[in-house]
Design a binder for this molecule. Sequence first.
Ligand code: T5A
Length: 212
Amino acid sequence: MAVGKFITLEGGEGAGKSTQVKRLAQALSDDGLTVVTTREPGGVPNAEAIRDLLLATREDPWDPMTEALLHFAARCEHMARFIRPAMDRGDWVISDRFADSTMAYQSYGLGVARPAIEALYRETMGAFHPDLTIILDLPVEDGLERAAGRGITADRYESMGLDFHNRLRDGFLDIARREPDRCVVLDARPPVDDISEKLIATVRDRLESGHD
Ligand code: T5A
């Protein structure tokens, strides 16, 4: 049976993930692949309901572990109802964020211990891992400025201080260092077209050569 591929795009706020997900999906479709796109937290109605809880600004913020559990709860729904069925059909799935965001935001950013996030991952996802993760990296100030430029009110993560966002950036780079076979870091500062070109070439090089 055909099994598709799972590609994730990761990075801090305003890194350009949503922009690049669309461009990558178009390029892979042009290559003749069946491609579906999705996002986290969310992707299916039950997970989108959890997303609304997580992104709302709250007077009494979640405890960081509660927050990690909510992200994994959303991810379980997403996996069972969207990612796994799509891959079983042979589709290529591109997700705007996945579990590296929980490690970066809830562990490096908010202080949940790394082994706790790893244990949650093992319990919920088993041996499943993305085939390829692209980490879009840029200075925190640039990303926050871009995110603000979208004209949407900042969600609660965007509203956190620069120290928090710098810990995330370091966290994503550390994740890439720990898993070089899965992760590729791309500079997210150049114009959109230049990043797309590199990103699409990286995906074709890493994943399409062995595809029949
Ligand atoms: N979260 C998520 C956790 O804490 N734990 C988790 O486990 C998970 C899964 C999700 C939030 O949840 C947190 C992380 C997030 O804070 P979200 O709204 O989906 O919330 O937030 P983001 O994923 O950060 O989405 P953003 O829209 O902020 O960032 P993107 O998708 O990286 O950026 P994009 O493509 O929307 O671009 C932003 C702006 O910049 C421009 C675009 O046109 C747009 O206006 N832009 C560029 N400008 C100049 N040069 C470029 N190269 C550009 N690329 C894009």
